[in-house]
Design a binder for this molecule. Sequence first.
Ligand SMILES: Nc1ncnc2c1ncn2[C@@H]1O[C@H](COP(=O)(O)OP(=O)(O)O)[C@@H](O)[C@H]1O
Ligand SMILES: [Mg+2]
Length: 251
Amino acid sequence: MGEHSDTAPVALTARGLTKTYGSGDAAVTAVDHVDLDIPGGTLTAVMGPSGSGKTTLVHLLAGLDRADSGQVWVGDDELTSLSDKKLARVRGRVVGFVFQGFNLIQTMSGRDNIELPLRLNRLPQDREWLATLIDMLGIERELDRRPYEMSGGQQQRVAIARALITRPRVVLADEPTGNLDTHASAQILSHLRTSCRELGQSVVMVTHDPTAASYAGKVLLFANGRVDGHITDPTPDAVLAGLDALSGVQR
Ligand SMILES: Nc1ncnc2c1ncn2[C@@H]1O[C@H](COP(=O)(O)OP(=O)(O)O)[C@@H](O)[C@H]1O
Ligand SMILES: [Mg+2]
């Protein structure tokens, strides 16, 4: 895919990505001709008002939803041209996803939820990595509990472990720290940033929190289904100023 000034290869690319819900007067173009180049080894935050299309965007980037038009490349694979079988394989092995609503399976323990992607994708268990994740996320006691026995923050941490268990090259996370306290949030964000730098993982994270966004190398400001600006090496203050400027362009 194309030439890039960075030395890191592009992990995730979108061209002309578009998704409209409904039709006629009720039509909402949630993602409107979006172009993106996310290099390997980077942490990117996506911020913008509620309803601006952030969740739709990350679902399209993960191949969880089909675009109306446009393309998405995860590494060399162009998702919109893949068969369902090949798409499932890329999604299962290359992409990790943290859902806004966690999407844990209520009838399964925390441990079984975390290890589900390994079983679904016929990948070997990795006890050392599981132990690292349990320690990093502080979810020892959640392993034997069902999701309905966990708080929102605990479910969120289990959902993060499930997204990371396959050591995916690309992680897409929809408000992954929305239910966490400041300390837990800081710990997870520094881990994600480190794994980007050291393992070449790419993380794209939707967040409402300027402090969370300041862990990213770059913040994309999203409004009305489009990338409306970006901030490099963001500070919380710069993020707030960027969001203020955006509110002027909301419909
Ligand atoms: N399944 C759906 N059916 C119809 N409209 C939807 C659906 N999902 C999202 N939308 C609409 O698309 C727009 C973007 O939604 P979403 O991607 O959830 O935004 P965000 O995550 O930024 O809050 C909103 O206007 C929302 O109402
Ligand atoms: Mg959302």
